[in-house]
Design a protein around this ligand. Sequence first.
Ligand code: FAD
Length: 625
Amino acid sequence: MSLFTTNYDVIVVGGGHAGSEAAAASANMGAHTLLITMNLQNIAQMSCNPAMGGIAKGQIVREIDALGGYSGIVTDKTAIQFKMLNKSKGPAMWSPRAQSDRMLFAECWRTMLEQTKNLDFYQDSVNGLLFNDDTIIGVKTALGLEIKAKTVIITAGTFLNGLIHIGDKSFGGGRAGEGASTGITEDLIKKGFDAGRMKTGTPPRVDGRSLDYSKMIEQPGDEITEKFSYLPTSKALTKQRSCWLTYTNLKVHDALREGFERSPMFNGRIQSTGPRYCPSIEDKIDRFATKERHQIFVEPEGWTTCEMYVNGFSTSLPEDIQDKAIRSIEGFENVKFFRYGYAIEYDFFQPTQLTHSLETKLVKNLFFAGQINGTTGYEEAAAQGLMAGVNAALKTQEKPPFILKRSEAYIGVLIDDLITKGTEEPYRMFTSRAEYRTLLRQDNADLRLTPRGFEIGLASKERLDRVLEKQRKTDLLIDFLQKTSVTESEINPILEAKNLALINQSMKLYKIASRPQLAFSEFYNIEKVKAFLKENNMDREIIEQAEIHLKYAGYIAKEKNNADKLNRLENVVIPASFNYSKVKSLSYEAREKLTKIQPTSISQASRISGVSPSDISVLLVYMGR
Ligand code: FAD
């Protein structure tokens, strides 16, 4: 039966962070898109921490925004606190992070999606997939509908055969209060896909009115706030809510240990792997048994709600244990629970089964994005969603896929890591995963990516014009600094105030400005600088960009050079039909892995674990190099 007579260009299954970006991207690229999700009230629900960004993740949100995605705009509209992390380190490490109002976040996403042309909505649960041989042609739903489409993107998050655990209780569910999704995994396994299990957990939420903040340390947001979206319509926060810091102690740890026997983590009921960098509190006290305390950040869930998120206390221990242990934390003596913490196990699919466009290798026109690919985190999910949305739309338009290189974006690193190496535990992004992090900064994501987003028809002309103007002004300022000299009398008072050696002849401004001990803001009072900045309407963003270029010119040039070398290998294409089994001079392991992953270039082949430099030399000879 089909009440849907339209043959859609793109069906997106699931309206989480991946699904929302996927639906927005494909619709904005002109593809007639249908978003099917179990509950339209929970669009882009933040299942865990109500925060976006953070180290390496903040860079991803800026990249999504630069390409024309919505996550940055929604975060700015719903933020209650902003921090630029790592500001004391070099600019490659600066990472924006914002706490959001959880309910506003979901509402704002839904409003933005409803205002997107070419996008239809439908609330139902997809419980089967429709194939024509090795091509997907649509989906089946729990209400018995069959809906056809040229391409399908699955973004089912933690819902595929989701199993929730609290102490000795476990029950089916995709997230607290929501049912699991069945049928999709089973259909994919029948098609030959390799599925696995992973787990993640979340802390309790408590009533902020029952906490004693006088025993905690206040954690206010930054005094000077910034924002995620490059668009001028997005505004930085002028008012913020504070978070609070407190600690666990030995009494808390003892109380938690009492529940270990009933813990699904320790009694063997949970077998799957959880996120290494986001361990549960029971995991922390077990692994770091000598540590006497762990940090607990108490974070508001919104502007008006009194619900608080207990960051650092993720647990699946029984409710009575959670209750007893948390009461021994300073400030929590009289706590009232809103929701208990829990763990969830779910199906994922090894991402080595995907190509760089996030299309599956086994079934044509079928794309996966988000937690289903073994990742964890809203930002990682949103980035994959955007890329899958773009590529599904391009596929329907019979255009080549849109692929970002490792030297172009964290998004490129994320996807290349996933499809080349696969993952045995929930994958999250770190700056250390990117070999060119001086190039992939949060401040220049627009310069790197907006022209590419515009080229494929996703980023607007308004975005592109803004970027071209930013580049023009930055070049103008650098040129001014290179051509303008300052006298001893102009610069020495600044050097003296910093206890730096004085100069005894005039000097070009760029030479002084590139010194790490001096911030450019210290030159604002030099008359010719002041006049130039005013005359050319130079704002903080432009000055920061020029300053980074001057101070880090050496590092940037070195990384660009290395990236160019890598990109030359990227251009050595391996034909899809290449038969590795015939190349006897390759090691057995290399032959096996190369056949499984089917790298598209020599560079990708070199990143597969088990493929050695000598295997690469052999391949280079075969590719005529
Ligand atoms: P989700 O946000 O899970 O969205 C999936 C969407 O698909 C939902 O709207 C669902 O209703 C819909 N859906 C599913 N199946 C179907 C179907 N068959 N038909 C129709 N609709 C369907 N991340 C971290 O970074 N750190 C953490 O500590 C952390 N802890 C977590 C703890 C818990 C308990 C949970 C549930 C998640 C946690 N996460 C954590 C993960 C984070 O929530 C996800 O990484 C992120 O939400 C993934 O986005 P997604 O779009 O892939 O999936």
